[in-house]
Design a protein around this ligand. Sequence first.
Ligand SMILES: [Zn+2]
Ligand SMILES: [Zn+2]
Length: 75
Amino acid sequence: MNQNEPRPGRSPRPRRARSAADSTRCPCCKKRTTFCWTCPCGFEICQACMRDNAWGLTCNHITWTCPDCGAQRSY
Ligand SMILES: [Zn+2]
Ligand SMILES: [Zn+2]
């Protein structure tokens, strides 16, 4: 007879350390996002907000201008 052996309760559950650096909160829409356009001055904007504000931030989709410090950032 082949009896089922009691399995040791070993379920590999990788514990994900939630690092704050992994996701940031867009100051524009207050949503958590994994990707933000950032400027050295500290300005952050998420992809969605960037798209929404593309008309004001970028004119050629090659560079965008930080509204805080006016720096030209590559898109
Ligand atoms: Zn946003
Ligand atoms: Zn800036």
